[in-house]
Design a protein around this ligand. Sequence first.
Ligand SMILES: Nc1ncnc2c1ncn2[C@@H]1O[C@H](COP(=O)(O)OP(=O)(O)OP(=O)(O)O)[C@@H](O)[C@H]1O
Length: 229
Amino acid sequence: MFEVENLKVSYGQSEVIHEISFSANKNETLAIMGRNGMGKTTLFKSLMGILPSSATKVELEGTDLDGMDSYKRVASGLAYVPQGRMIFPNLTVQENIETGLQVSKQKKIPEDIFSLFPVLHEMRHRKGGNLSGGQQQQLAIARALVTNPKVLLLDEPTEGIQPSIIKDIAKVLNEIREMREITIVVSEQVLSFTMDIADRIMVIEKGNLIHEDLRENVDAAKIKQYLTV
Ligand SMILES: Nc1ncnc2c1ncn2[C@@H]1O[C@H](COP(=O)(O)OP(=O)(O)OP(=O)(O)O)[C@@H](O)[C@H]1O
């Protein structure tokens, strides 16, 4: 279980995340949806320890992550696929994935990574910068997965990706959850995508979680309203 209680994040004097609390179970996918500027990236960066925050609890399966450096959070089981993917354009696909291996202390990329992403195997000697947006997204997910996370955080994975490829990303995230039984927390603006992967959908607005539905009870019209300006 991944538990966050009363998380606050500020830029200088300006508080942009206001005492957010949520938890996500093992083998659960939670989507946090909201428009641009509502605080999704700030929330994820603070969970990774990239931005300072205060909370009464940030815990992963009993391990207290609050105040921990990013690299220790990764070693404790948190992995992050940032918005914009942030792969290394001048490293090959294989080298990009290998940067994640340092954490898991494995030497070789596990076989299941290439079974999940056959295209990355085909392209393993190409430079990351020469991949399409969808392929780069797969690469960023693969790089995060080789750290053997218990929780995978993905910040707007569909951004800038064409609709047919969005379906593939949804499929692979469902496969990952089935294979590894991990927790996935994804920030998104595309409801059709989150309906394909999420067990639960929350809405973030101006740094507050203001709405929550189980997928089977989703009021699509209401969520779409929150997502349109
Ligand atoms: N470095 C920063 N300094 C000051 N304010 C910031 C900074 N980064 C973001 N903000 C503000 O924090 C709020 C939340 O931004 P954030 O980027 O987390 O939103 P988001 O939901 O991820 O949006 P997007 O999808 O556009 O990235 C916004 O009001 C934004 O202007």
